[in-house]
Design a protein around this ligand. Structure first.
Ligand code: G1P
Length: 298
């Protein structure tokens, strides 16, 4: 199938991050750090690997630290250059965006994920685009969005990342009603936002990576309120399940961490810490000792 190249991605980062108070009183949740990189950097790196060239942030008040993070830091850079710290300069490179590659739009009121994406409509225009929720951090040999871009080249239409969850957890996710199950790729015939387990059409959940047609933005124009009184992205995508191009779910290969929750953030910290060659072994023996001490104290 001939699909248009996906070059734009939307990063909804307007949330208040109340689950991480008091930390998020003065720093955006997306700047919170997994080992040595802020959450947002993982999402940006994944998007770049998938060929994204334009990065659209939907922000709100109090998120200026995010804008600074992706800007050049001339004083810091010249100090590092003078002291010959080329390795650190190299690390900083990933945080710099070319002029015009990054754009910020404000979501004035928290009206839901669908509304946040709709706020970026003029910057997206009339082409397919990606959405990445930085709370969902995905460790994968082949970055998740790249897997989706490749699968999307076969299917066209809309595509969401998908993962099975335990039936008790359906009320935390968008859940897919499966039309045809092709293994890795499923054709979706319906979607429900955060259903109770007894109402869930399956236990295949949407994870925060999307490739969407501009038609989804048109659907969002209607501002239909959904679950929790919010304008839900899930509902606007679900409207496309009956369309000619359709909606697909991709069971991606990789480990997803829910960094929107404290336990998920801790799990990601441990996993990413263990995977670092420079101190992974030392960290592993620290964890083993700590576990052994805890056991002995019980
Ligand atoms: C959002 C979406 C939901 C999706 C989830 C993935 O929910 O509304 O459909 O399953 O992200 O993380 P949130 O976690 O923002 O409440």
């Amino acid at each position: 199938m001939k699909t248009r190249k996906i070059t734009k991605a939307v990063f909804p980062v307007a949330g208040l991050g109340t689950r991480f108070l008091p930390a998020t009183k003065s720093i955006p949740k997306e700047i919170m750090t997994l080992v040595d990189r802020p959450l947002i950097q993982y999402a940006i790196d994944e998007a770049r690997a998938a060929g994204i060239k334009e990065f659209i942030f939907v922000t709100s008040r109090g998120k200026s630290a995010l804008e600074d993070y992706f800007d050049h830091a001339p004083e810091l850079e010249s100090a590092l250059r003078k002291s010959g710290k080329d390795d650190l300069l190299e690390i900083l490179k990933d945080t710099n965006m070319d002029s015009g590659a990054i754009a910020y739009v404000r979501q004035n009121r928290p009206m839901g994920l669908g509304h946040a994406v709709w706020c970026a409509r003029r910057l997206i225009g009339n082409e397919p685009f990606a959405v990445l929720l930085p709370d969902d951090v995905i460790a994968a040999e082949r970055p998740c969005l790249q897997q989706m871009v490749e699968a999307h080249a076969e299917t066209g239409g809309c595509m969401v990342a998908a993962m099975e969850v335990t039936p008790a957890r359906t009320s935390s996710y968008g859940i897919l009603d499966i039309g045809e199950d092709g293994g890795a790729i499923v054709k979706v015939k319906g979607m429900v936002e955060k259903p109770k387990p007894q109402d869930a059409p399956s236990n295949l959940a949407v994870i925060g990576r999307y490739i969407l047609t501009p038609k989804v933005l048109t659907n969002l124009n209607r501002m239909k309120q959904g679950a929790g009184g919010e304008i839900q992205l899930t509902d606007a995508i679900a409207e496309e399940t009956g369309s000619k191009s359709g909606v697909y779910g991709l069971r991606f290969r990789g480990q997803r961490y829910d960094c929107g929750s404290k336990i998920g953030f801790l799990q990601a910290t441990v996993a990413f810490g263990l995977s670092r060659p420079e101190f992974g072994a030392e960290f592993a023996s620290f964890l083993q000792e700590t576990m052994a001490m805890q056991k002995a104290a019980q």
